[in-house]
Ligand binder design. Structure first.
Ligand SMILES: Cc1ncc(COP(=O)(O)O)c(C=O)c1O
Length: 448
């Protein structure tokens, strides 16, 4: 039996939680940051690929803020640019010349981005894309891929209830992700499983008169990086064209990460509209909606787009520098190489213990499964042993490796991981966590 490592102290985080929850619901500013009263941690600082919590526990971080930290925390190059941006003065309710410069860079990196508009968050970018699609097609409905997440606004906060569907069969029920979402919006949201072109065709044949947009993350950054096949993406592209539906490729997580031109470059196709956020500014809040000129030109012909804080001079300067680095250096190759070495090391550890597993997605945002072949959609995900993952994640936290507690979030790699010797520490911790998890699961089984 592996000897259990010393548990980390969360004394300060626990005390802070008790205080913070008096002022903030759940003690945090996003529901996803609440990990339970005992396990919610508060961060003191992040540097490179590591973060330190207020109890001085240090972690190699593979959440990277759910992806924005593409280069690493407090990247000197980006932060210097951001400081220059601060000297410009903030927001003016008027534009600056730099918006054009950054838009040009994006159009060069992503061929589908013929025209570009900026926002602050992924949510705002997807909201704008959906509005453009509705305006262009005159159709209000949209399709979401089962397991997909597209932000925190009402039109997309619906999900196909796959976990209950496994027991009941038929078509998964569609449920609201939150209380307070108007029930009348439900009829706008249609769902389809990834990698099933026949299902999509059937859905479009029946409902295309009501459906203006097909929202897809071909590499599902909120569903373990389950990935579409090239054939599926091609078929979906053709179906959207045939039925007059705007294909919105949500690259909020994959954009400027899995390739310079995002998942569209990897898979060799073009969206009608696409959205970017996370990696655009290495963590500074900025996002992008971009796409076909004829659709984007709806802005100015009736479609409203904007916001007080769009293109804050700090975020814009950070984006200009981050995109320059991603475009002109080998940062993305370094990240992919680290991710590949991380996965190879994990595989060696799991193979030595005869534990079936597979990886899916891209090495820069890989999903780990405890099954020989990765799932091809969210329905298949139910067949993988996610209990092993869910038991292992807290052990990794104790050992100084921070991954998301929920197996549906991929492991995000940043450029700094490759610089600061994170790999050896990660793999040592991973081996120990695997052994502790196997032991725990065995003991639970023998206790009935
Ligand atoms: C694919 C995708 N779209 C949209 C969003 C929403 O982005 P934000 O949290 O910046 O509003 C996210 C957030 O994780 C995302 O992963």
């Amino acid at each position: 039996m592996p000897s259990a490592p010393k548990r980390r102290s969360l004394k300060r985080s626990n005390a802070h939680f008790a205080k913070a929850s008096q002022a903030l619901p759940l003690g945090v500013s996003s529901n996803f940051r609440y990990w339970g009263d005992e396990h919610t941690i508060y961060i003191k600082e992040g540097r490179g690929g590591r973060i330190t919590d207020i109890d001085d526990n240090r972690y190699v971080d593979y959440r990277m803020g759910y992806g924005p930290g593409i280069l690493g925390y407090a990247d000197e190059r980006v932060d210097a640019a951001a400081r220059d941006g601060m000297n410009i003065g903030g927001v003016f309710a008027l534009s600056t010349e730099r918006e054009y410069e950054v838009a040009q860079r994006i159009s060069k990196m992503v061929p589908a981005a013929e025209l570009v508009r900026f926002s602050n968050s992924g949510t705002e970018a997807v909201m704008a894309a959906l509005r453009l699609a509705r305006a262009f097609t005159g159709k209000d409905g949209h399709i979401i891929v089962e397991g997909g997440y597209h932000g925190i606004f009402d039109a997309v906060l619906w999900y196909a209830d796959i976990e209950d569907w496994a027991e009941s069969g038929g078509t998964p029920a569609i449920e609201a992700e939150s209380a307070g979402i108007p029930g009348m919006l439900k009829k706008l949201a249609h769902f389809t499983p990834l990698n099933d072109a026949n299902y999509l065709e059937d859905l479009l044949r029946k409902h295309h008169r009501d459906i203006g947009a097909f929202l897809i993350e071909p590499m599902m950054g909120n569903c373990c990086s389950i990935t579409a096949t090239r054939e599926y993406v091609q078929a979906a592209r053709e179906l959207c064209d045939r039925y007059g539906v705007i294909m919105i490729v949500d690259e909020v997580k994959t954009g400027f990460r899995v390739a310079r031109g995002g998942v569209q470059e990897l898979m060799g196709f073009k969206a009608d509209l696409c959205t970017f956020a996370k990696a655009v500014g290495n963590g500074y809040p900025i996002s992008v909606v971009a796409g076909r000129a004829d659709i984007m030109r709806q802005v100015g012909k009736g479609v409203v787009h904007g916001g007080t804080y769009t293109c804050h001079s700090v975020s814009l300067a950070a984006a200009a520098k981050t995109l320059e680095i991603l475009d002109e250096t080998d940062a993305l190759e370094t990240i992919a190489d680290y991710g590949a070495r991380l996965q190879a090391g994990m595989s060696d550890i799991l193979n030595a213990r005869n534990i079936a597993h597979s990886f899916v997605g891209h090495p820069s945002m890989g999903g780990l499964f405890f099954k020989e072949t990765p799932p091809s959609n969210y329905r298949d995900w139910l067949d993988s042993d996610y209990t092993f993952y869910d038991t292992m994640a807290p052990e990794l936290h104790e050992l100084g490796v921070l991954c998301e507690p929920d197996s549906r979030e991929p492991w995000f790699v940043c450029e700094a991981h490759a610089r600061d010797d994170s790999l050896e520490h990660t793999l040592q911790a991973f081996a120990t966590a695997v052994d502790l998890t196997s032991d725990k699961i065995m003991r639970q089984a023998s206790n009935g």
